[in-house]
Write a protein that binds this ligand. Structure first.
Ligand SMILES: Cc1cc2nc3c(=O)[nH]c(=O)nc-3n(C[C@H](O)[C@H](O)[C@H](O)COP(=O)(O)OP(=O)(O)OC[C@H]3O[C@@H](n4cnc5c(N)ncnc54)[C@H](O)[C@@H]3O)c2cc1C
Length: 379
């Protein structure tokens, strides 16, 4: 037992510990829990959802990570159906138009969904019935015959350290590497018959991420709004996305503008200290579309260091078997919600297998099961 664990006042024991309450971690934990395993989710933030994120503003919400939900594949379709049936989300915009030097042109005719309470409502729904330690950063992990997770309070009170038979690390690869790399050192104490496969570390090191800077601004209700609610700007040198997020909440009055930079702009300002100036610059670009845009009543700026995986792995999870450890996240197989869902479910099946149980034999029947249980409120 490590020194930290001996010092820990209490300790909790679980079949599986899941690091990260993003979409992949939540869906993984949900699947394992519904199969009868005892599961704990450790999340460093107070909020749930990771990059599926909402800022609560006075009288309004702004989605500063995931912009909205749309069908990307089987799993996102099932998730959207489940959330819409429970009125957690509702149809928002069909075709999102594109802003280019030639003006504004029509977008593809795809239904996009938003939540009147912010998109993070989807994560709250996925967390139904789960044991989650919020505001707890997993600082280090060690493996003897079971896992020991050392926690640090990122906010609030520090929870007891955690012991688990198996570990799922559902966070962006560079953060997973920081957490797990000490295990690669000779002397980390891993039993010789439990060493990860030879290519595990190289695969964990390979994915890199693009950053993104999001500006959130509120305006008085007197601002005359354009006909569009959201625009993409794939050809722009700085901006990727602009939306008026109050349009997701029927009855919301004050305009809430969300501007997301593209990767090149975020890279240029990755280490900038004055984020407010960066936010002001992004808003000034919107004046090209709305010349009457006044100074905002409120401006908040968020920097995502790990926004989108640049070079995801081909596989849906990264296993360290025979070590009972699986890494998951959107970077396993893609860079969006669909791959985060796929990865969470595939990681759950892999861990269940290592624990000697098995899950439904196809992704479809498995996800149908967990979404329908959630829909029917069976915990
Ligand atoms: C600005 C932006 C816009 C986007 N727009 C869209 C979109 O419109 N559509 C779409 O499909 N996708 C979009 N994405 C991508 C989408 O957000 C991701 O694919 C998905 O949310 C990833 O989920 P995840 O579970 O893999 O990881 P994350 O959401 O990153 O979750 C990881 C969680 O782990 C926690 N964590 C990290 N380290 C620790 C630790 N040591 N201890 C405890 N907790 C820890 C984090 O706080 C976080 O909550 C967007 C992303 C960004 C940043």
């Amino acid at each position: 037992m490590s020194a930290e664990m001996e010092e820990g006042a209490m300790q909790s024991q679980f079949d599986v510990a899941v690091v990260g309450a993003g979409v992949s971690g939540l869906v993984c934990a949900q699947a394992l829990r519904q199969q009868g395993h005892s599961v704990v989710v450790l999340e460093k933030s107070r909020g749930l959802g990771g990059r599926l994120a909402t800022r609560r503003l006075p009288h309004a919400f702004a989605d500063h990570g995931v912009r909205c939900l749309q069908v990307q594949g089987n799993l996102s379709q099932q998730l959207i159906q489940t959330l819409a049936a429970r009125a957690v989300i509702q149809p928002w915009v069909t075709a999102i138009e594109e802003w280019s030097p030639f003006g504004i042109s029509a977008g593809l005719d795809i239904q996009h969904y938003g939540s009147p309470n912010g998109i993070t409502a989807a994560a709250k729904f996925l967390s139904t019935g789960l044991e989650i330690y919020r505001g707890q950063r997993v600082q280090s992990v060690a493996f003897g015959s079971t896992w020991e997770l050392m926690l640090e309070a990122a906010s609030g009170e520090r929870m007891p350290n955690v012991r688990a038979k198996a570990l799922v690390v559902a966070i962006p690869a560079p953060q997973a590497l920081l957490l797990l790399e000490p295990l690669a050192n000779i002397g980390a104490g891993l039993p010789t018959d439990r060493l990860p496969p030879g290519d595990f570390w190289a695969k964990l090191r390979s994915p890199t991420f693009n950053a993104c800077i999001t500006a959130i601004a509120t305006y008085p209700s007197s601002l005359a709004l354009p006909a569009w609610k959201a625009l993409t700007a794939s050809q722009d040198a700085e901006i990727a996305w602009i939306s008026f997020d109050q349009s997701k909440s029927p009855g919301a009055i004050d305009p809430v503008l969300v501007v997301q930079s593209n990767a090149a702009f975020a890279e240029q300002h990755r280490e900038a200290e004055d984020l407010s100036a960066i936010g002001q610059h992004l808003l000034s670009r919107v004046k090209e579309l709305i010349p009457q845009l006044p100074s905002p009543d409120l401006l908040q700026v968020h920097r995502w260091r790990y926004a989108f995986a640049r070079n995801p792995l081909a596989e849906p999870y990264l296993t360290a078997a025979p070590l009972p450890l699986v890494c998951a996240g959107d970077w396993c197989g893609g860079r969006q919600i669909e791959s985060a869902l796929q990865s969470g479910l595939a990681a759950a099946a892999a861990i269940a297998h290592q624990l000697g149980t098995s899950m439904a034999d196809s992704e479809d029947s498995f996800s149908e099961l967990i979404f329908s249980k959630l829909l029917n409120g069976i915990n």
